[in-house]
Design a protein around this ligand. Structure first.
Ligand SMILES: [Mn+2]
Length: 319
């Protein structure tokens, strides 16, 4: 499964690492860890980070991060472009032209909706891309250090919801236990990720929650974040992170939905389920993707119309 990495290390190939749009803990943590891994094996590498990094993940910034595609050298062709945690081409965290900057594409992902769009596809439905990279490093007999542990730990701990979600396995917990052996400061990492939210973000969450609407015997919770709210509270859309999970965590709610108004008529939908609804199946109806308990899609319609459509589809799956 990881032969391609042996080839990269043996030839000291050059790699461009690309996370997905609206980066989260898994894609940022795994980019950080993979980049350190390449540094230590003397492989030229950059991380292309063409999007805002949420402030709680800024500790994963690295000096080889390229913050805009415009800065890429037109005359340089990477041996490999490595796309992390991204199920389809249109979710890659940069314009599609970025793929012409590499000779071959490696996709590393754990979404069951993955489209296998790389020349090499390492797709394993385990907790996180961080855990896949952990397995790769174990396979290559790599001795973990604290820096790499910080990245992989961030991936696993965020994507498993701090070991609360169904993707938490003995293997994922064992991986973290082994990473702890490096002695990295996990308390500091947890403070960075979980106890470091901007006040404006907390206010956005509280407003979204207080306007929550319930459907189908209170089993479906739907919330919205509009452009008006963002302007008024001085927030960016990535500050809506965590709201949909708060809806799911309400007693009796099976599915929580967050409607993110990117533009009037362009709504990003985040879906979370608690125990039995497969939300990836609903997101696929609109061309989106994701996991059984966490998925998303984009719908080109007005907020109220999208709310109606999603509520109806979920109602059919609950009755
Ligand atoms: Mn992930």
């Amino acid at each position: 499964m990881f032969k391609i990495f042996k080839t990269i290390l043996d030839h000291q190939n050059s790699c461009l690492i690309i996370p997905h749009q609206s980066p989260d803990g898994d894609c940022l943590g795994s980019s950080f860890a993979l980049s350190h891994f390449f540094d230590q094996n003397k492989c030229t590498n950059h991380i292309l980070m063409d999007d805002t990094i949420p402030t709680n993940y800024l500790f994963l910034e690295k000096e080889n991060m390229i913050r805009s595609m415009d800065v890429l050298d037109n005359n340089f062709m990477y041996d490999y472009i490595i796309i992390l945690d991204t199920s389809s081409k249109d979710r890659v965290g940069a314009l599609p032209e970025v793929l012409t900057y590499g000779k071959q594409i490696i996709v590393i992902d754990h979404h069951k909706t993955n489209a296998y769009f790389g020349d090499h596809n390492i797709v394993d439905m385990i907790s996180s891309v961080g855990e896949i990279l952990y397995n790769m490093m174990i396979d290559l007999n790599y001795a973990f250090d604290a820096e790499i542990a910080i990245g992989l730990y961030t991936s696993i701990i965020t994507d498993t919801g701090e070991f609360r979600y169904s993707n938490t396995t003995p293997e994922a917990i064992r991986a973290v236990a082994n990473l702890f052996e490096t002695g990295f400061d996990f308390e500091q990492v947890n403070r960075n990720i979980f106890s470091n939210q901007p006040l404006s973000k907390v206010k956005l969450k509280s407003e979204a929650l207080s306007n929550l609407k319930l459907y189908h015997n209170n089993q479906v919770a739907i919330m919205s974040v509009t452009q008006e709210m963002l302007n008024r509270l001085k927030c960016e859309m990535f500050h809506s992170d965590g709201i949909v999970e708060a809806g799911r965590d309400i007693e009796g709610v099976e599915v929580s939905v967050l409607l993110k108004e990117m533009n009037p008529g362009n709504i990003k939908v985040s879906l979370r389920s608690k125990s039995f609804v497969d939300v990836s199946e609903v997101s696929l109806i609109f061309g989106g993707g994701g996991h059984v308990r966490a998925a998303g899609c984009t719908v080109n319609d007005h907020l109220n119309a999208v709310e109606e459509k999603i509520a109806k589809l979920l109602g059919e799956r609950l009755s």
